[in-house]
Design a protein around this ligand. Structure first.
Ligand SMILES: NC(=O)c1ccc[n+]([C@@H]2O[C@H](COP(=O)([O-])OP(=O)(O)OC[C@H]3O[C@@H](n4cnc5c(N)ncnc54)[C@H](OP(=O)(O)O)[C@@H]3O)[C@@H](O)[C@H]2O)c1
Length: 276
């Protein structure tokens, strides 16, 4: 596994973590096996949310992590956009921690919601840090301006991560968010890094050709391309053990510069990819 420091916290997180969206509809045993295999393979960063199966996925994560050394894991969960009031954030975090059976390493605002003053949400989150329910504060789906504002509001903590959609075919973060995060050493957590499975199951021709030249699979190349960037970590979701094993092979090697440039060009094919 390859690692990156989470923001400037001194906490070491793997470049590849495990997503969990939709794991409540997969078979529970299958999901547990996939998560545990991923952790064994070093994918010790686990991303979930109170919204996933309305708590059911956090319970699955709680069960999956039980056999492991808690200090080796980084658990990320998120507060939903209707729970951003001062009291609701606190209630939501404590409920998530109870379902997970442990403290939360990184607690994210899942989506910005202008109906709630950000000051109030972040004040509650800073108090959750002080009481030990969560260790770090993060955001998700925040634009650069929203991220900057959140950083200005907080008194005692920094925003350690912005979790946004980023993959070979969704490149918006490169416009301004990624350069800023790299400069400020804020972790950019790439969600849907396989474009919701499309890059693994129906890869664009250029990706297929590069993968064949490297002797890797398209999914491995797509993830390697992402996490080779400083401050970027990816949280692909795989609910099958063989998928997890394939994804774990995405790191530990480098794509040569000429092939990197070919992959960068896939951006031009984006119009042919409906975003579902
Ligand atoms: N913050 C947010 O708003 C937000 C939004 C979306 C997602 N997320 C997080 O990011 C995580 C990942 O994103 P995502 O789930 O949308 O999409 P993704 O990780 O891009 O793709 C997941 C899909 O890829 C398939 N897959 C994985 N490995 C494969 C392999 N080796 N071969 C073939 N197929 C493979 C999975 O199938 P199987 O399950 O069958 O293995 C699943 O259908 C989510 O689970 C969630 O934790 C966050």
């Amino acid at each position: 596994m390859e690692y990156e420091e989470l923001n400037r916290t001194g906490v070491r997180i793997p470049k590849l973590g495990l997503g969990t969206y939709g794991m409540d509809s997969a078979r529970r045993e299958e999901a547990l096996a996939a998560l545990r295999r991923g952790i064994e393979l070093g994918m010790t960063l686990i991303d979930t949310a109170e919204m996933y199966g309305w708590g059911r996925v956090e319970e699955i994560v709680g069960e999956a992590i039980r056999p492991f050394d808690r200090e080796e894991l980084t658990i990320v969960t998120k507060v939903w956009g209707t729970n951003l009031g001062y009291e609701s954030v606190k209630r939501a975090a404590r409920a998530s921690a109870a379902r997970l059976g442990t403290y939360i390493d990184v607690y994210l605002i899942h989506w910005p919601n202008p109906s709630f003053p950000l000051e109030e949400t972040l004040r509650a989150m800073e108090e959750l840090v002080s009481e030990g329910t969560i260790r770090y504060v993060g955001v998700s789906n925040f634009t650069l301006d929203q991220l900057k504002r959140a950083r200005e509001i907080m008194r005692h903590n920094d925003v350690v991560t912005d979790q946004v959609e980023y993959s070979l075919v969704v490149r918006e973060p490169e416009e301004d968010l990624l350069p800023y995060c790299q400069r400020e050493r804020i972790t950019l957590m790439a969600y849907s890094p396989l474009a919701k499975g499309k890059l693994a199951k129906r890869p664009p021709m250029k990706l297929k050709l590069v993968a064949a030249r490297l002797g890797k699979t398209p999914a491995q190349v797509a993830l390697n391309w992402l996490v080779s960037k400083p401050m970027v970590v990816a949280i692909p979701k795989a609910s099958k053990v063989d998928h997890v094993e394939e994804l774990a092979g995405s790191v530990g090697w480098r794509i040569p510069d000429d092939l990197m440039r070919e992959l960068d060009d896939i951006r031009g094919e984006r119009a042919r990819w409906p975003r579902t």
